[in-house]
Design a protein around this ligand. Structure first.
Ligand code: FMN
Ligand code: SF4
Length: 428
């Protein structure tokens, strides 16, 4: 068996556990802020954007949009001032990678934000951190003060005429506020509801101005890319999905925790090598990949590669990189039920299909799980799921049916044995 040190590849978590995260001196001694100095004093904005584009880096917040391209759109957009936002809302169940990055190495994200600001021509940035993350909020605020005092934020950064500063805003715990447009509404002091797109944030974002929103993990990749070059980064991962990904393992697995591995590492490696397998003599039943909005994959797909393309091929999604492992003592329908309750609770209510649809899906799954449903209910469940996927306004409503559709695909029998015009419900 390969050792975990051979499987893991640390870029984002490069300093985790090695430096004192409260000390900017430690970060600088580990090579920190040298990429920012280079970006400010030796590189033109277009060159920074080209490097990030050539690296192939794609957003780690879930959608996988090419980061360099996003920056280019914002750099070319008309309008001033421009903003950069770090999305640290991290509301996806089972996801805690951004918290670990912020607690382990907050300066790496601040440095990434400052480089992004230089690339797009922004002088102001916001850190949007979920309110429950009390410790990361404190640590980030302290790190920002240290960076200001050291001349890496504020006026005349690294002796140049580049100026950039960051403000911290905290969310109140609504899952939808992680969605980029709802997040901007929240920063603007409004109710957290998604906006209609287009216009996209790079054209009309915060207060109607060009805005780049990037995930914590995305931004923590920036300084190493500037330091080591695009080719170095491209050599890691898969051709279309470069670099590493931080996965968080939870549920029925021996080693729960965060593991950073090259994109394209298999689900089996994560669960059985890094995760140490299934405890208590139980068998692997399924993995929900990407959080509650992710697909549920059976044992026959343990060799699927964890990258954006490979997961899409099996109707899954990479999402935030959360891996919920479920053993064979549990019921697939119970997992789906708890996801549906979550979405019903978290729908912002702006569009009817999601507001009513998430509630209808939750009731239908309850009915099926309790052995009260018939085959018409099952058909309705699938039809409503397909309609929501295509017509809900934002990613919350579009992804909510994912656990249903993937369990209907891979665990159909679990539904069939519970509908009343078939056999007796399991456990009855
Ligand atoms: C319901 C919902 C919740 C989201 N929550 C987060 C989140 O907590 N953190 C995050 O970075 N992206 C989240 N996203 C994705 C963001 O909308 C956006 O795509 C991302 O912040 C862009 O950054 P990236 O390009 O670096 O991935 C969420 C999307 C949806 C639809
Ligand atoms: S899909 Fe759901 S969360 Fe998104 S805007 Fe519509 S009601 Fe709100």
């Amino acid at each position: 068996m390969t050792s975990s040190a051979q499987i893991e590849k640390r870029i984002v978590l490069r300093n985790y556990g090695k430096i004192d995260p409260n000390s900017i001196d430690d970060y600088v001694k580990a090579g920190g802020y040298s990429a920012l100095k280079r970006a400010v004093t030796q590189m033109q904005p277009a060159e920074i954007i080209k490097t990030v584009k050539d690296s192939g880096l794609r957003g780690r917040g879930g959608a996988g949009f090419p980061t360099g391209l996003k920056w280019e759109f914002a750099a070319k957009a008309q309008g001033s001032p421009k903003y950069i936002i770090c999305n640290a809302d991290e509301g996806e169940p089972g996801t805690y990678k951004d918290r670990l990055i912020l607690e382990g190495d907050p300066h790496s994200v601040i440095e990434g934000m400052a480089i992004a600001a230089r690339a797009i021509g922004a002088s102001k940035g916001f850190f949007y951190i979920r309110g429950e993350y009390v410790k990361p909020i404190e640590m980030v605020k302290k790190a920002i003060e240290q960076a200001r005092a050291a001349g890496f934020l504020g006026k005349r950064i690294a002796g140049s005429d580049f100026e950039f500063d960051i403000e911290v805003r905290s969310g109140a715990g609504a899952y939808v506020c992680g969605e980029e447009t709802a997040l901007m509404e929240s920063i603007e002091g409004k109710r957290g509801e998604s906006r209609v797109k287009p216009p996209y944030p790079t054209d009309e974002g915060l207060w109607g101005k060009p805005t780049v929103i990037n995930n914590v993990e995305t931004l923590a990749n920036i300084a190493p890319i500037i330091e080591n070059g695009a080719e170095w980064f491209r050599a890691i991962g898969t051709p279309k999905c470069t670099g590493t990904k931080v996965f968080t393992l939870s549920g029925d697995v021996v080693n729960k925790g965060a593991f950073e591995v090259p994109m394209g590492t298999t689900l089996r490696t994560l669960v059985f090598e890094l995760g140490g397998g299934i405890p208590n003599g139980k068998e692997f039943l399924m993995a929900q990949v990407g959080g509650s909005a992710g697909g549920c994959l059976p044992a026959s797909l343990l060799d699927v590669r964890l990258d954006l393309e490979s997961l899409r091929e099996v109707d899954g999604s990479l999402g935030s990189g959360a891996l919920l492992i479920v053993d064979d003592s549990r019921s697939v329908l119970d997992v789906v039920r708890s996801c549906m309750k979550f979405f019903e609770h978290e729908s912002c209510g702006k569009c009817t299909l999601c507001r009513e649809g998430t509630a209808r899906l939750a009731r239908l799954v309850d009915k099926i799980a309790e052995g009260q449903a018939n085959t018409e209910d099952l058909k309705l469940l699938e039809r409503l799921s397909r309609i929501m996927e295509r017509t809900c306004l934002c990613g919350l409503g579009q992804a909510a049916p994912k656990p249903i559709l993937t369990t209907l695909k891979y665990f159909k029998d679990e539904y069939l044995i519970r509908v009343s015009d078939q056999a007796t419900p399991k456990g009855a």
